[in-house]
Design a protein around this ligand. Structure first.
Ligand code: CO
Length: 213
Protein backbone atom coordinates (compact mmCIF):
# COMPACT_ATOMS: atom_id res chain seq x y z
CA UNK A 1 0.00 0.00 0.00
CA UNK A 2 1.21 3.42 -0.94
CA UNK A 3 1.50 5.73 2.05
CA UNK A 4 1.94 9.41 2.76
CA UNK A 5 4.97 8.66 4.92
CA UNK A 6 7.18 10.99 2.89
CA UNK A 7 4.87 13.88 3.78
CA UNK A 8 5.58 13.38 7.48
CA UNK A 9 9.28 13.39 6.68
CA UNK A 10 8.85 16.61 4.73
CA UNK A 11 6.94 18.09 7.65
CA UNK A 12 9.61 17.23 10.21
CA UNK A 13 12.30 18.74 8.02
CA UNK A 14 10.23 21.90 7.51
CA UNK A 15 9.43 22.32 11.23
CA UNK A 16 13.11 21.89 12.08
CA UNK A 17 14.18 24.42 9.45
CA UNK A 18 11.72 26.97 10.85
CA UNK A 19 13.03 26.42 14.41
CA UNK A 20 16.61 26.75 13.19
CA UNK A 21 15.73 30.14 11.73
CA UNK A 22 13.72 31.28 14.75
CA UNK A 23 13.57 29.10 17.90
CA UNK A 24 10.45 30.94 19.17
CA UNK A 25 8.60 30.65 15.87
CA UNK A 26 5.96 28.06 16.78
CA UNK A 27 5.48 29.32 20.35
CA UNK A 28 4.73 32.78 19.04
CA UNK A 29 2.33 31.56 16.34
CA UNK A 30 0.50 29.22 18.71
CA UNK A 31 -0.27 32.14 21.01
CA UNK A 32 -1.86 34.38 18.40
CA UNK A 33 -2.57 34.91 14.72
CA UNK A 34 -2.82 38.50 13.54
CA UNK A 35 -2.90 38.50 9.75
CA UNK A 36 -3.50 41.76 7.88
CA UNK A 37 -4.83 39.99 4.81
CA UNK A 38 -7.66 37.71 3.79
CA UNK A 39 -6.92 35.82 0.57
CA UNK A 40 -9.81 34.43 -1.44
CA UNK A 41 -8.31 32.29 -4.17
CA UNK A 42 -8.77 29.26 -6.38
CA UNK A 43 -8.23 25.74 -5.02
CA UNK A 44 -5.84 25.13 -7.93
CA UNK A 45 -2.70 23.46 -6.53
CA UNK A 46 -0.55 25.75 -8.64
CA UNK A 47 -1.67 28.92 -6.83
CA UNK A 48 -0.65 28.54 -3.16
CA UNK A 49 -1.52 31.78 -1.35
CA UNK A 50 1.41 32.08 1.06
CA UNK A 51 4.13 31.26 -1.48
CA UNK A 52 2.74 33.51 -4.19
CA UNK A 53 2.82 36.60 -1.97
CA UNK A 54 5.86 35.54 0.05
CA UNK A 55 4.16 35.42 3.45
CA UNK A 56 4.83 33.08 6.35
CA UNK A 57 2.18 31.10 8.25
CA UNK A 58 0.25 33.52 10.47
CA UNK A 59 0.40 36.37 7.96
CA UNK A 60 -2.55 35.63 5.67
CA UNK A 61 -5.98 34.16 6.37
CA UNK A 62 -7.03 31.97 3.46
CA UNK A 63 -10.21 30.80 1.79
CA UNK A 64 -9.99 28.81 -1.43
CA UNK A 65 -12.57 27.18 -3.63
CA UNK A 66 -12.94 26.27 -7.27
CA UNK A 67 -12.58 29.46 -9.34
CA UNK A 68 -12.37 31.81 -6.30
CA UNK A 69 -16.09 32.45 -6.07
CA UNK A 70 -17.84 34.53 -3.43
CA UNK A 71 -21.43 33.33 -3.47
CA UNK A 72 -23.83 35.21 -1.24
CA UNK A 73 -25.41 32.03 0.13
CA UNK A 74 -22.13 30.18 0.73
CA UNK A 75 -21.93 29.92 4.53
CA UNK A 76 -18.39 28.62 4.32
CA UNK A 77 -17.02 31.64 2.48
CA UNK A 78 -19.20 34.09 4.43
CA UNK A 79 -18.05 32.65 7.75
CA UNK A 80 -14.41 33.03 6.74
CA UNK A 81 -15.16 36.58 5.66
CA UNK A 82 -16.94 37.47 8.90
CA UNK A 83 -14.19 36.00 11.07
CA UNK A 84 -11.48 37.75 9.07
CA UNK A 85 -13.19 41.15 9.19
CA UNK A 86 -14.81 41.16 12.63
CA UNK A 87 -12.43 39.09 14.76
CA UNK A 88 -9.04 39.24 13.05
CA UNK A 89 -9.63 42.77 11.78
CA UNK A 90 -7.86 42.30 8.44
CA UNK A 91 -7.36 45.50 6.47
CA UNK A 92 -7.13 43.96 3.02
CA UNK A 93 -9.25 41.37 1.28
CA UNK A 94 -7.55 40.02 -1.81
CA UNK A 95 -9.57 38.14 -4.42
CA UNK A 96 -7.08 36.31 -6.60
CA UNK A 97 -7.85 34.59 -9.87
CA UNK A 98 -5.45 33.03 -12.33
CA UNK A 99 -5.03 32.20 -16.00
CA UNK A 100 -5.62 28.65 -17.29
CA UNK A 101 -8.28 28.24 -14.56
CA UNK A 102 -9.92 24.81 -14.94
CA UNK A 103 -13.15 26.05 -13.34
CA UNK A 104 -13.56 28.92 -15.79
CA UNK A 105 -12.55 26.68 -18.68
CA UNK A 106 -15.17 24.09 -17.71
CA UNK A 107 -17.81 26.83 -17.54
CA UNK A 108 -17.14 27.64 -21.19
CA UNK A 109 -18.03 24.24 -22.62
CA UNK A 110 -21.16 22.09 -22.83
CA UNK A 111 -20.05 19.00 -20.91
CA UNK A 112 -22.28 17.58 -18.12
CA UNK A 113 -20.03 17.05 -15.07
CA UNK A 114 -22.70 16.41 -12.48
CA UNK A 115 -22.78 18.15 -9.11
CA UNK A 116 -19.95 20.55 -9.83
CA UNK A 117 -22.00 22.13 -12.61
CA UNK A 118 -24.14 23.70 -9.89
CA UNK A 119 -21.04 25.52 -8.64
CA UNK A 120 -19.81 26.38 -12.13
CA UNK A 121 -23.24 27.79 -12.84
CA UNK A 122 -22.15 31.01 -11.11
CA UNK A 123 -19.41 31.32 -13.70
CA UNK A 124 -21.83 30.69 -16.56
CA UNK A 125 -23.96 33.56 -15.26
CA UNK A 126 -20.91 35.82 -15.36
CA UNK A 127 -20.11 34.69 -18.90
CA UNK A 128 -23.65 35.50 -19.95
CA UNK A 129 -23.38 38.98 -18.39
CA UNK A 130 -20.23 39.71 -20.42
CA UNK A 131 -21.13 37.57 -23.41
CA UNK A 132 -20.81 40.24 -26.12
CA UNK A 133 -17.37 41.28 -24.91
CA UNK A 134 -16.12 37.70 -24.44
CA UNK A 135 -17.53 36.23 -27.64
CA UNK A 136 -15.79 39.00 -29.58
CA UNK A 137 -12.40 37.60 -28.48
CA UNK A 138 -11.67 34.96 -31.11
CA UNK A 139 -8.50 33.43 -29.63
CA UNK A 140 -9.76 30.84 -27.13
CA UNK A 141 -6.85 31.17 -24.68
CA UNK A 142 -7.20 34.95 -24.65
CA UNK A 143 -10.98 34.69 -24.14
CA UNK A 144 -10.45 32.31 -21.21
CA UNK A 145 -7.94 34.69 -19.60
CA UNK A 146 -10.33 37.63 -19.96
CA UNK A 147 -13.16 35.52 -18.53
CA UNK A 148 -10.96 34.61 -15.53
CA UNK A 149 -10.18 38.31 -15.00
CA UNK A 150 -13.81 39.41 -15.28
CA UNK A 151 -14.69 36.72 -12.75
CA UNK A 152 -12.23 38.22 -10.25
CA UNK A 153 -13.76 41.66 -10.72
CA UNK A 154 -17.27 40.25 -10.21
CA UNK A 155 -16.12 38.49 -7.04
CA UNK A 156 -14.58 41.70 -5.69
CA UNK A 157 -18.03 43.26 -6.00
CA UNK A 158 -19.63 40.20 -4.43
CA UNK A 159 -17.36 40.66 -1.40
CA UNK A 160 -18.36 44.34 -1.22
CA UNK A 161 -22.05 43.49 -1.47
CA UNK A 162 -22.01 41.35 1.68
CA UNK A 163 -23.52 42.58 4.92
CA UNK A 164 -20.17 41.87 6.56
CA UNK A 165 -18.11 44.28 4.47
CA UNK A 166 -20.79 46.97 4.29
CA UNK A 167 -21.26 46.92 8.07
CA UNK A 168 -17.50 47.21 8.53
CA UNK A 169 -17.41 50.29 6.32
CA UNK A 170 -20.50 51.62 8.08
CA UNK A 171 -18.72 51.62 11.44
CA UNK A 172 -15.62 53.24 9.93
CA UNK A 173 -13.37 50.18 9.77
CA UNK A 174 -10.46 50.46 7.31
CA UNK A 175 -11.06 47.74 4.78
CA UNK A 176 -9.86 47.52 1.20
CA UNK A 177 -11.05 44.88 -1.26
CA UNK A 178 -8.64 44.14 -4.11
CA UNK A 179 -8.80 42.11 -7.32
CA UNK A 180 -5.53 40.54 -8.43
CA UNK A 181 -4.55 38.09 -11.13
CA UNK A 182 -1.84 35.45 -10.98
CA UNK A 183 -0.22 34.15 -14.13
CA UNK A 184 0.89 30.54 -14.19
CA UNK A 185 3.04 31.46 -17.20
CA UNK A 186 5.43 33.76 -15.33
CA UNK A 187 4.52 33.45 -11.62
CA UNK A 188 3.64 37.14 -11.42
CA UNK A 189 0.71 38.74 -9.66
CA UNK A 190 -0.95 41.68 -11.38
CA UNK A 191 -3.29 44.26 -9.91
CA UNK A 192 -6.62 44.41 -11.74
CA UNK A 193 -7.12 47.97 -10.46
CA UNK A 194 -10.44 47.35 -8.73
CA UNK A 195 -9.51 48.24 -5.17
CA UNK A 196 -12.64 49.32 -3.30
CA UNK A 197 -12.67 50.95 0.13
CA UNK A 198 -16.23 52.19 0.57
CA UNK A 199 -19.83 51.56 -0.37
CA UNK A 200 -19.67 54.60 -2.68
CA UNK A 201 -18.09 52.42 -5.34
CA UNK A 202 -20.82 49.81 -5.42
CA UNK A 203 -24.18 49.94 -7.13
CA UNK A 204 -27.00 51.66 -5.31
CA UNK A 205 -29.06 48.49 -5.65
CA UNK A 206 -26.60 46.60 -3.45
CA UNK A 207 -25.97 49.35 -0.91
CA UNK A 208 -27.09 48.56 2.64
CA UNK A 209 -25.52 51.59 4.26
CA UNK A 210 -26.51 55.10 3.22
CA UNK A 211 -23.22 56.95 2.80
CA UNK A 212 -24.85 60.20 1.69
CA UNK A 213 -26.78 61.26 4.76
CO1 CO B 1 -8.62 28.05 -10.93
Amino acid sequence: MDTIHHLFNNNRAWAQAMINKDPEYFHRLAAQQAPDYLWIGCSDSRVPANQVIGLDPGEVFVHRNIANLVVHTDLNCLSVLQYAVEVLGVEHIIVCGHDHCGGCHAAMDTVDRGLIDNWLRHLRDIYLKHRDHLDAITALEERLTRFCQLNVIEQVYNVCHTTIVQRAWGRGQNLLVHGVFYSLDDGLLRDLAVSIDSADAISKVHRLVDTHR
